[in-house]
Ligand binder design. Sequence first.
Ligand code: ZN
Length: 102
Amino acid sequence: MTVPQRYRMRVPSTGREVIREAVPDIVYVDRESGEELEVMGKVLPLAPSTSRLPWAVENLRFCPWCDQLAQKDLNDCPHCGRRMSPVDRHPDRHPDRHPDRQ
Ligand SMILES: [Zn+2]
């Protein structure tokens, strides 16, 4: 079974971006405006993956064990394989704006 690849697409008139599963060579149309969507790029992680979230800062968190980034919808860290605690509800403990912290 093939897992659909997800793409970032843009509505030309508004610049609004949407993420949806798509198959190459098929034209997709925005539901609201009826406009043809411009394909901006593939969304990481590439299919197949156990995560449904795009690889973006707002969807990532730090593994409490190895401190590597992992998608928030994963229960087990993809780096060290250990079970991660529930999603941190106090993001200030891991500020995204300090990428050079050690
Ligand atoms: Zn880990």
